[in-house]
Design a protein around this ligand. Structure first.
Ligand SMILES: Cc1ncc(COP(=O)(O)O)c(C=O)c1O
Length: 374
């Protein structure tokens, strides 16, 4: 128990939970209404048709509305199927808005590429910029070739694998904007009214795997294609308050606790400041390492959530990287290995990762550099 408490988890998701949330039993009192048994298992076993679960899901919704200042004309859903389920749900729910079935996609990394590929099953997909040779930047929006016939424009706010993050909301001149915010959700305030749909899997910044939050403007409901699976049909789920089928009750509960933790720690604005401080600590070190640590992402598109980097050179010295990872584990810093498709190292600095965790990582990176720089 003692050992696990001091492990710093830099995993990309499922990721670290705030300590107050993962400190099991005590958390059950947090909502301020009585849950009969002082055990997490009570929630895991709870029927989704009970009044206790209604309170849990309503509490989570209210907290989310408060934290992101979600306008009243937006519905909030808690669904199964993950971000990947939403890659299908988006075209299936929105393409019916227009006859043409065109959709615009901005592809800045592996996740938006997957979303575009899934959409191709239902839509004529237009990638709005020339294909990128590598996912290391956001193509300048002034060069995007938007199709005026497109039903919506889709982008991923933070590419978890490649470490590319939008620090702006694209100005699409009133067109319908859709965003995957899975990996930078609640790391900063966001003007929800600029979007038609936002979705985010909880397992990075907002809880555990199993639940995906969807925020949708209500005038967009009711246009699902007939082939849309009923569990992905936003209108059906709105009419059933996310309870058309069994929701991931336990994950919704944990998400509520994390939302409450965010609220008690200053909300999205405070998370924003912390994210800048934490990520700057690592980027500064990388940039001052004389090429020992190399982050391939263009400075202005660097993610504050996921920092991918190589050791030795931009291609990486795999033997040195293995040494780095082994030593990190020895020092109780885990899940720093880069995604298998890109290799190298990736430090994920989600909301629950503390300044102290990041200071520990930075100190280790500094001493590793001093020992191994030739
Ligand atoms: C940005 C982003 N979108 C979508 C997904 C897919 O989520 P899921 O695995 O829950 O389907 C991920 C997963 O890591 C992600 O990072």
């Amino acid at each position: 128990m003692e050992a696990t408490r001091h492990v710093a988890n830099f995993g990309a998701g499922p990721a670290k939970l705030p300590r107050s949330v993962s400190a099991a039993g005590e958390a059950l009192q947090v909502y301020g209404f009585v849950i009969h048994s002082l055990s997490f298992f009570h929630v895991a076993e709870m029927s989704h048709r009970t009044s206790d679960f209604s309170k849990i899901i309503k509490t989570a919704e209210n907290l989310l509305r408060e934290l992101l200042n979600i306008p009243e004309n937006y519905k909030v859903l808690f669904l199964q199927g993950g971000g990947s389920g939403q890659f299908s749900a988006i075209p299936l729910n929105l393409l019916g808005l227009k006859e043409t079935r065109y959709a615009d996609y901005v592809v800045t990394g592996a996740w938006s590429a997957k979303a575009a590929k899934e959409a191709e099953k239902y839509a004529k997909v237009n990638i709005v910029h020339p294909k990128l040779a590598s996912y290391t930047k956001i193509p300048d929006p002034s060069s995007w070739n938007l199709n005026p016939e497109a039903t919506y424009i889709y982008y991923c706010a933070n590419e978890t694998i490649h470490g590319v993050e939008f620090d702006f909301v694209p100005d699409v001149k009133g067109a319908l904007l859709v965003c995957d915010m899975s990996s930078n959700f609640l790391s900063k305030p966001v003007d929800v009214s600029k979007f038609g749909v936002i979705f985010a899997g909880a397992q990075k910044n907002a809880g555990t795997a199993g639940v995906t939050a969807v925020m949708i403007r209500e005038d967009l409901l009711g246009f699902a294609l007939k082939e849309c699976p009923i569990v992905l049909d936003y209108k059906v789920q709105v009419e059933n308050a996310s309870l058309y089928n069994t929701p991931p009750c336990f994950s919704v509960y944990i998400m509520g606790l994390v939302l409450e933790w965010i609220k008690n720690n200053g909300g999205a604005a405070a998370m924003d400041k912390l994210s800048t401080v934490k990520s700057q600590m690592i980027y500064d070190l990388i940039d001052k390492s004389n090429g020992f640590y190399v982050c391939p992402v263009e400075k202005k598109s660097r993610s504050r959530m996921n920092i991918p980097f190589r050791l030795g050179s931009i291609k990486g010295d795999e033997a040195l990287e293995k040494k780095f990872l082994d030593k990190a584990v020895e020092l109780n810093m885990i899940s720093l290995k880069g995604h298998r498709s890109v290799g190298g190292i990736r430090a994920s600095l989600y909301n629950a990762v503390t300044i102290e965790d990041v200071q520990k990582l930075a100190a280790f990176m500094r001493s590793f550099l001093e020992t191994h720089q030739s």
